[in-house]
Ligand binder design. Structure first.
Ligand code: FPP
Length: 275
């Protein structure tokens, strides 16, 4: 495997050591999903226009993608454009589309060389033709790559995703192919746009907001949440490492108890006494 060059820099020994430490200190999340927020405020704090924040935000996307691949994260989902973002001033929406097209042009080959697969979720048909074409080309180019799957959520919202799944399931019922009593969690999961992707282990939100903002609403049922004050353009690999360290310190119980042998024994004795 050649060295990753998404950021066009050689990885330092110090960074390699940090990644190695993280890999040894606990589990690396298989799927990280990120609500990239704060580009506008970051730009304002620098006396610059919002689009400048989005541009520097692309550098963060590159650095986080590269470090996730190096660490062995298998899925990285980025909330790049929400359904609600269509309501922003048209100049900003156009600017974001242009940025997406130019980033894809610059990065598609790079992603491919680094064995990263690009996929998208969301209402791509709402995007302008040039955007769709660029995305389609990058998706096709990288379709057989398997080091890391980079999923861009574009014109995406969790409620839209669930609504589409409900429509598909309702159609099966209407056509007499499905008994409604057989509808269960797994069936809904299988009809979401993320059907091929495991649920996120860790969801990160930048910019000091404590909201999910209509992101992967169904999929986040047991995700660990990590919120940071950093604006997205400042969120680079050191911040990612902090998030992963925090993830590694969590006790993921999935609604069950993390009982030790001793606790189990104590519980059994208590139940026996109550009999
Ligand atoms: C949120 O900041 C960010 C976005 C709505 C867009 C994120 C897009 C990028 C990082 C660039 C394009 C992405 C790719 C994958 C090439 P905000 O504008 O809501 O910031 P604010 O809350 O401070 O106003």
């Amino acid at each position: 495997m050649k060295n990753l060059t998404l950021t066009n820099t050689v990885q330092t020994q110090e960074d390699k050591d940090k990644q190695c430490e993280l890999q040894k200190s606990g589990e690396i999340p298989e799927h990280i999903a990120i609500i990239m927020d704060g580009n506008g405020r970051w730009a304002r704090s620098k006396g610059s226009i919002r689009l400048h924040g989005h541009k520097v935000g692309v550098d963060s996307v590159r650095d986080i993608t590269e470090s996730c691949a190096q660490l062995g994260v298998k899925y990285l989902t980025l909330y790049a454009f929400s359904t609600e973002n269509w309501g922003r001033p048209s100049a900003e929406v156009r600017g974001l589309m242009r940025l997406l097209v130019s980033s894809l042009r610059k990065e598609a080959e790079n992603l491919h060389e680094n064995n990263i697969r690009l996929v998208t979720i969301g209402q791509l048909d709402r995007f302008p033709e040039d955007c769709r074409k660029e995305l389609q080309e990058a998706i096709e180019l990288t379709q057989n790559n398997d080091r890391l799957q980079l999923c861009l959520a574009l014109s995406y919202s969790g409620r839209w995703d669930i609504t589409e799944a409900v429509k598909k399931i309702a159609t099966h019922v209407k056509e007499g192919r499905l008994d409604p009593s057989l509808i269960n969690d797994q069936m809904i999961t299988d009809h979401l746009s993320t059907a091929e992707i495991p649920d996120p282990d860790l969801i990160i939100r930048t910019s000091g907001e404590y909201r999910i903002s209509n992101f992967l609403l169904w999929q986040l049922a047991y995700s660990e949440l990590y919120m940071t004050e950093q604006f997205w353009p400042d969120f680079r690999r050191e911040e990612l490492y902090k998030a992963i360290r925090s993830f590694q310190s969590r006790d993921r119980r999935f609604g069950k108890l993390s009982t030790t042998k001793d606790e189990n024994g104590l519980a059994t004795r208590l139940v026996d006494k109550l009999k």
